[in-house]
Design a protein around this ligand. Structure first.
Ligand code: DP6
Length: 339
């Protein structure tokens, strides 16, 4: 992850990640530090692209979105504010008083529980650092991405299987790769039940989590479950991984649904996909579900079962479409810019 020339322009691509053990609860909002460690798989196809270019003179930072047809349009206000804040933070970190033109593009639905902000803020961070002409190690990039406010971005800086620890030490600040993508070729069939942005942000969910009576219980169970997931990844054992990740996803939603006030991310289609996965398992297909803060279901399976899993969930009434994704690599700097 190196950088372009000083005073330049850089474009980065970064992928979303799907959490096997979920980050749910924030210990320090300003520093974006989690209550519990989390483990994820970085994806291959659900990617964000971002171009950052230094602006000459006194012009303010400009934030654009690139549509699927290649057209550029000003980004919605709330999105632009988050991007501007991260650009400012990174310029301050670099000791540069500059502004930038930023353009972003996602290859998948944004804000629907597909970790679009993790991909987006990672791509933004890598692109801005590149345009500033800086070279940083992935661990520092992970810290910088995390400070955007999207904590899970700390994991998208690495490819493959990634842990974001939560200890009181410096380790809490950045992700750590547990295994590279080629170590275990897992697939992620994403059943899109609703592609529209979720109504309650992850940040609101993190804040509300401690009001759930099940939250403390979750903290007690997590060390054992984290260990199972670490062991399952090391042993490439889907039969060990699957039940643990399904349990963790259901628990996150149990906490969300019992927060005061309650947060419901699930829809009817979410339950239909969970049921279809149970039926597939009864027929001998090794597939397990996980669900981030949204209604869409990620079905984790091996390459031999991917087609059967996709074909099954595609036919469900509530499923709008399916994305076939899998484990992928770290962010990259691209030669082609968005503008
Ligand atoms: C349920 O605060 O990282 O996906 O900024 O919206 O990406 P965004 O959310 P963030 O919380 C992520 C919550 C989660 C679980 C996880 O990815 O660990």
């Amino acid at each position: 992850m190196s950088a372009g020339s000083r005073g330049g322009k850089a474009t980065a691509a970064a992928a979303a990640n799907i959490a096997f053990i979920k980050y749910w609860g924030i210990r320090d909002e300003a520093l974006v530090l989690p209550v519990n460690p989390s483990i994820s798989m970085t994806l291959r196809s659900c990617r964000s692209l971002c171009t950052a270019e230094l602006l000459a003179g006194d012009r303010p930072t400009e934030v654009l979105l690139r549509g699927d047809g290649g057209e550029l349009a000003p980004a919605p206000e709330a999105f632009a504010r988050g991007v501007e804040a991260q650009v400012e933070r990174l310029c301050e970190w670099a000791g540069e008083a500059v502004s930038m033109r930023i353009a972003a593009h996602n290859s998948f639905p944004t804000g629907a529980g597909l970790a679009s902000s993790a991909a987006g803020f990672t791509a933004l961070t890598v692109a801005v650092v590149g345009a500033l002409g800086r070279q940083v190690e992935p661990r520092e990039m992970s810290v910088l991405a995390r400070l955007s406010g999207s904590g899970s971005a700390a994991r998208s800086v690495f490819g493959g299987y990634v842990e974001w620890p939560a200890g009181p030490s410096d380790d809490a600040g950045h992700g750590v790769q547990l295994a590279p993508p080629e170590y275990w070729q897992l697939c992620n069939v994403i059943a899109i039940v609703d592609p529209t942005p979720k109504s309650v942000s992850s940040r609101a969910g993190h804040r509300a989590a401690p009001t759930s009576p099940y939250y403390e219980r979750r903290q007690r169970d997590l060390p054992g479950r984290l260990e199972v997931v670490r062991r399952a990844i090391a042993a490439r054992d889907l039969g060990l991984l699957g039940p643990a990740i399904e349990e963790d996803a259901i628990e996150l939603h149990l906490v969300a649904m019992s927060s005061r006030p309650p947060i419901f991310y699930w829809q009817a289609g979410t339950l239909a996909v969970l049921e279809a996965a149970r039926r597939l398992r009864a027929d001998g297909v090794e597939v397990y579900c996980t669900i981030d803060a949204g209604p869409n279901v990620h079905l984790i399976c091996g390459p031999d079962d991917e087609a059967a899993v996709a074909a099954t969930v595609e036919t469900l009434d509530h499923v709008r479409y399916v994305i076939r994704d899998g484990v992928g690599g770290p962010p990259t700097l691209e030669d082609e810019h968005l503008f």
